[in-house]
Design a protein around this ligand. Structure first.
Ligand code: 0O2
Length: 208
């Protein structure tokens, strides 16, 4: 059997999938709990959406090949940060940072890496705050990539992912520029929305 096939079959094993699913679910449960508590505390909506996925075996294989890693399950577990992926979409910019702090504060979660593509967006215009966490599943510590972003960032990333991010089409530069322009507008809108919310709060106007 060739290496690639053995890799895919290894990833498809129930036990492997289960471990990563459990890791995602643990983070999702925490996020739900945080959402309930903070929404009450702030008397407004906090997290709009929480989702998760275990990365498809084929997608993991492509990423391993793209990064030039030896194709093995052990290397995938060690090198791929996003086999387990969780996303939380917030309303406001400050909520994204606060949420990252709360998650990082759990004593059973270890922050392995923090990538702030909000402060420093990627060349494409992609914005999100990524935390790579190690979370306990049974006796293992499993890596989970948590993507935290605002609704506006999510709107952009979703559409850009659909048309641009993994495309093999050539001559996409004109569209990439358009997306970059939109990302800059989104940065402005997120800042404006935060300012408006703060003014409303200062005026004592609460969400109804
Ligand atoms: P998919 O299909 O979304 O899963 P690392 O190994 O953690 O240091 P990694 O994972 O190579 O670094 O890269 P990076 O840039 O931190 O990206 C992690 C994920 O962020 C990507 O996963 C995407 O989900 C998202 N992302 C990064 N850049 C862009 C972008 O320009 N546009 C969009 N729409 N999403 C982006 P995957 O596995 O690449 O893809």
């Amino acid at each position: 059997m060739n290496q690639e096939l053995a890799f895919i079959q290894g990833m498809e094993q129930k036990e492997f999938q289960h471990t990563y699913e459990e890791a995602c679910k643990l983070v999702v449960e925490r996020l739900k709990k945080i959402n309930e508590e903070i929404s009450l505390q702030k008397d407004r909506k906090y997290i709009k959406d929480i989702s998760f996925r275990v990365k498809e075996p084929n997608s993991c294989l492509s990423k391993m090949q793209k990064k030039g890693y030896k194709i093995s399950l052990e290397i995938a577990k060690e090198k791929l940060n996003d086999i387990a992926g969780v996303r939380a979409v917030c309303y406001f910019l400050d909520d994204v940072y606060q949420l990252a702090e709360i998650l990082a504060g759990y004593s059973d979660f270890e922050v392995v890496k923090r990538k702030d593509y909000v402060k420093k967006p990627k060349a494409s215009g992609y914005q999100s705050l990524h935390l790579i966490l190690k979370v306990p599943v049974g006796t293992e510590l499993v890596k989970v990539e948590v993507q935290l972003r605002t609704r506006a960032m999510d709107f952009w990333a979703d559409i850009e992912h659909h048309f641009i991010y993994k495309t093999k089409e050539v001559g996409m530069e004109v569209f990439e520029k358009e997306f970059l322009k939109c990302s800059k507008s989104i940065q402005k809108i997120d800042r404006q929305m935060l300012k408006i919310r703060r003014k409303l709060e200062a005026a004592g106007i609460r969400a109804c």
